[in-house]
Every structure is written in structure tokens, then in C-alpha cells.
Design a binder for this molecule. Structure first.
Ligand code: HSE
Length: 396
């Protein structure tokens, strides 16, 4: 049964303000903002000061607040707020992917123990309703893969670099100015942000609780003009792709840049858009696309979570009951482009197959097939003069 929800908000940045406007404009939702707790006392606020407090207990201890919206940046403080709110039996909505990914097991336990729901659709791919789809719509499909572009900022940067020949730094500055990037943009550029989202998705797709440290993320920071030239010559774009796939009774998961051909649906995903491909035994191939960053797209996901709370929705973590026992693996084959210079010693015998080799004064590359574990355990995997880009086997 629907009821009028009273909201207490933590944080009034890009997402908080986006949500405020979304709430103002939407017609159907029965929810009102009681208090907004913020940190910075000197900042000018777009709303009357009566809405604001600097004391977290004014929200957490307020018996009238039945939903706490955690929309701050700091994952440590966010976890303290979220766990305190759940312990008080309040429903919580968050968009903080690092916090959720880092504490998934504890957050599940807290929800159960205190019978309080925690929803976090806004934490993954902003406007794309992927978590609720995995949880509810694909609850009985036998999912084999979930992959795609899970980070708006890096996709924005790569689009600008490819389509408009902008420099990496210029494109990053624009992504920051538009409110897409994290406060520490290395989280985007080095692939941590999409990894946190992938870890959350692993729980809802495969019932797997993965610690972010267990999943390899390789970012876009080493992509050079040479790599871009190679991509262009072959008709590819480069996208930062998060991948998870069932391999027998294990799951492979990683975040890496990938050469994407026009045959892939991800090829057309540009700017701050995200794209998610879901593969299931019965549904087969599904593709979702939508804005993956920004105040309104994230606000829309938070709004939908608030709306879901009006009919007492909670995640049941259905896949954790169906697919129990699945574990992560690094024992699988991938096809890569490995670019390096003459100062880096690459042991070619790590490769199972070499399809192509190129050697010039400045740049050398190998295109070949390699075991993921053997790749990630090599000394040169994180070398600053090395760049690695995935190739889909069928795309070469
Ligand atoms: N920095 C994130 C991104 C924000 O660019 O995708 C949305 O999670």
C-alpha cells in the first residue's frame, strides 16, 4: 500500500540537487524532504536554510524521517550513516557505489537483522534500471553474462578524444565541469568506479559477493595517440568495458579498455551514456542504454528507489539463493593488443598464440591470446610504458 514518505537527505551535491529537482517536477510520488544534512557551512545553498542541518543526528534521530537518502561522496562516512540508519530501522537509498561494493555482505546482514531495506539503483549506471531488472525481471533466467560501459566520464573522454580530437586532459576537465567525474577522477580514469558497479552487479546477476580487490581494473590512462591511430585504422573505437561471464561453474570479471567494432552495440554508446548487455539462457541477448552520469539521470534512479519504497519494495538477493557457491576465476583466455616500447622486456612465452607483431623505434605491439592470470601476474602488466586493450575474438 502506498504511503507518504518523509525524507532525510545526506549531501546536496550533483546528485542531491538533481534529486531535489526531479522530486519537484514529478507528479505521482508521495514524498517530502524534511531535512538535508550537509558538511560545508559556508556554501551558498539553492534552498532556504530551514531545510539544512550540519548535525547528522537531526536526520538519524528524527523519528519522523522514514527514508534516509545517502548522497555524499565520502564512502567511509557514507557507510557510517547508512549502517546507523539501518540499525534504527529506517529505509535507506544510496548512490554510493564504492560504499555498497566494499560492504555488500555487511549491508545485506544489516538489512536482514534490522528488517530495513537498502536500495541503490543509482549506484550502477545511473538512469539504466539494471539492478532491479537483474533482481526482478531476470530472477529466474540463467544468466551467462553481464557486461558493458559502466562509467560515463571515461566514455565521455573517449568520445571527445575519438570524435572531436580533443586532448585527454581537456576532455577530462569537461567531464568534471559537467559533474560526471568523481571528486577524485582517477577512480573513473583508472577503472575503479566501473569495477565497484561490476561488483554490485555480480551479486544481483550471479549471487556472488566479490571484494573489489579481487577484481582487476585496468584503466584508460595509458592510451596513447598510437593506440588511437591503430583503433582508427581498423575501424574500431576504444571503450572502457566492465565484463562478467560465467565460465563453467566460475565467474570471470574485469574492467579493461576494449577495441569495439561497429558490430557491437557498445560502439554507438557515446558521451556520458552507459550501455549494458545482459545474456541469459532464455532471454538471450538484451541491451540497455541510458545516461550513466549526471544529477538528473542519477536523481531519476534515486527517485525510482524512493517510489519503490512506497510499496515496501526490498531486494531479496534472489541469485544468492539460486547460484550459491559461484566463485571468481582468473583462469580464462583473452585476446589482447599489448603496446610497449623497447625499454620494456615482454616475455612472449606468456602468450598462447601470437597473431600479429609490430616493431618500430618508438612503439611495438603484439596481438595475441593469453591466459588472464598469466597476464595480470606478469611484471609488465602495470608498467607505465605498456598499454593493454582487449579484442573480442570474433572481431578480428
Ligand atoms: N563518475 C561516475 C561516472 C558517476 O562517470 O560514471 C556515475 O556513477
Amino acid at each position: 500500500m502506498s504511503r507518504n514518505l518523509k525524507l532525510g537527505i545526506f549531501g546536496f551535491g550533483v546528485v542531491g540537487q538533481g534529486l531535489y529537482h526531479v522530486l519537484e517536477e514529478t507528479k505521482g510520488i508521495k514524498a517530502e524532504i524534511l531535512k538535508i544534512c550537509v558538511k560545508n557551512r559556508s556554501k551558498n545553498r539553492a534552498l532556504p536554510m530551514k531545510y539544512f542541518t550540519f548535525d547528522k543526528d537531526e536526520v538519524l534521530d528524527n523519528p519522523e524521517v522514514d527514508v534516509v537518502l545517502e548522497l555524499i561522496d565520502d564512502p567511509k562516512a557514507a557507510f557510517e550513516i547508512v549502517s546507523a540508519a539501518l540499525k534504527k530501522g529506517k529505509a535507506v537509498v544510496t548512490a554510493n557505489k564504492k560504499m555498497v561494493a566494499d560492504h555488500m555482505t555487511e549491508l545485506c546482514e544489516l538489512q536482514q537483522l534490522y528488517n530495513a531495506p537498502l536500495l541503490y539503483e543509482g549506484s550502477c549506471c545511473a538512469s539504466i534500471p539494471i539492478i532491479r531488472n537483474l533482481e526482478e525481471y531476470y530472477d529466474n533466467d540463467l544468466l551467462s553474462a553481464v557486461e558493458g560501459i559502466f562509467n560515463g566520464s571515461t566514455n565521455f573522454i573517449l568520445t571527445k578524444v575519438f570524435a572531436e580530437q580533443k586532448s585527454f586532459d581537456e576532455a577530462l576537465a569537461e567531464a568534471q565541469q559537467l559533474g560526471y567525474a568523481e571528486s577524485d577522477p582517477r577512480l573513473d580514469v583508472e577503472g575503479f568506479d566501473p569495477k565497484y558497479k561490476l561488483c554490485i552487479i555480480l551479486t544481483h546477476a550471479f549471487g556472488l559477493f566479490a571484494e573489489p580487490e579481487e577484481v582487476v581494473n585496468y584503466g584508460i590512462q595509458n592510451i596513447s595517440d598510437f593506440d588511437i591511430k591503430i583503433a582508427r585504422e581498423r575501424g574500431y573505437k576504444i571503450k572502457l568495458v566492465a565484463k562478467s561471464r560465467k565460465v563453467d561453474d566460475k565467474v570471470m570479471a574485469m574492467v579493461m579498455p576494449q577495441f569495439v567494432s561497429p558490430k557491437s552495440q557498445l560502439y554507438k554508446v557515446e558521451r556520458e551514456f552507459n550501455g549494458v548487455i545482459v545474456e541469459g539462457a532464455f532471454s538471450e541477448h538484451q541491451f540497455f542504454m541510458g545516461k550513466g552520469a549526471g544529477g538528473y539521470p542519477t536523481g531519476s534512479a534515486v527517485l525510482s528507489d524512493i517510489s519503490a519504497l512506497t510499496y515496501a519494495y526490498k531486494y531479496e538477493y534472489k541469485k544468492t539463493r539460486q547460484d550459491s557457491g559461484l566463485q571468481l576465476t582468473r583462469d580464462f583466455q583473452i585476446k589482447i593488443y599489448l603496446r610497449f616500447d623497447h625499454t620494456v622486456g615482454i616475455d612472449r612465452d606468456r602468450f598462447d598464440k601470437i597473431y600479429e607483431e609490430y616493431k618500430a623505434l618508438d612503439n611495438q605491439y603484439i596481438i595475441g591470446e593469453i591466459n588472464f592470470d598469466r597476464l595480470t601476474s606478469s611484471e609488465w602488466f602495470r608498467h607505465p610504458k605498456v598499454n593493454i586493450i582487449l579484442l573480442e575474438p570474433e572481431e578480428d
